[in-house]
Design a protein around this ligand. Sequence first.
Ligand SMILES: [Zn+2]
Length: 375
Amino acid sequence: MMKSLKKHIARALVALMAVSIPMAAMPAPKAEASLLGSVISAVATGIQVNQVKSAMEYYNNDEQGRQELFEAMKEQQGVNDDPELNARLASLMESLSTSVAAVDPSINDKPYNYFVNADTTFNAACSLGHNMTVNTGLFDLIDNDSEIAVVLGHEMAHGQKDHVIKGFEKSIPTTIIAGAIAGSGSTAGAAAANVIANYTSAVNITKPQEWEADNIAFDYICASDYNIGACAAIWQRVIEKKGASGSKNFVGEIFSPSDHPTHEERRDNYARKLSEYSHGHVTAANGTVKVYGHDFVTPAAYGSMSSNERAYFVAGNLARAFHNNEAPDEAYLYNGTLYIDNQAIITPVEGDESASSLCDELNALLSLRRTENVA
Ligand SMILES: [Zn+2]
């Protein structure tokens, strides 16, 4: 392929291939439906099918191809150069890549490209070729790295499982891509890319793939140092913020709403997985954390975090402790923080019970298991 042709195709593909978490605002394709009508109705020829296949392969797996796509993504979406956000994203992606490699070493052959784009809605997306774009708005809604790591881990799971290319093949008629390829280098090509941009959300993925990405992201977080409770907590946060600020910054209803898991289902799936990870000894629901089936703590709200959201973080810490040691001897206080073994559990804040009473209660629960052989 000629270089300029490749560049045009890359631009068209940028718009098409992003698989995004179903949280962000995406333009609906309605306005362009009539423009596309004639293209969609055309039947792809064998030549077109092959052209599209080799273009997909080039941008997904060829090193030069995926770098071209990455540059085209940056050009189209704009880059936010804010040094603090970029340093944060780099640190998150480095840690996560190490965790992904522990679960799936194939990442080492195709390490992720990533950048912060200027969009202030809440989204991150993984395109072909392990190219990640992260909205500035993601950092506005989430102030803790563990929850951001869950979102990025979800996108990386889509990347690792090639959900992007699979969704792409299913969602977008070959003739549209072939049309973009044929039109490249002319105004028709640019027009096709713009039309196609409205179909980004149509490349979205199936419900089973969405669940798969959530579950794999959980494994990545378990393999990292991030709080595993953040998996349920981020969905709790989305439920609360979406309720408070309206759905302006969230996708929710736009793409096949009935076919995607709800925020509540995703939160509850993660809460179940957290409990499993703790060997069934820890649960969290409705703001209350239980140990061995007994109430332990209902944490106060803190900062931008509600009581419900914070409960998942406390449960995440406990789940780590119980995962590593099913029958810990005792909890203890160190510098105002409650610990089991080397795992911090909770640092009480205003509105919480005192550290010493939480410590006593947790120790009472731990000794309960020893005497009654609970759970
Ligand atoms: Zn997803």
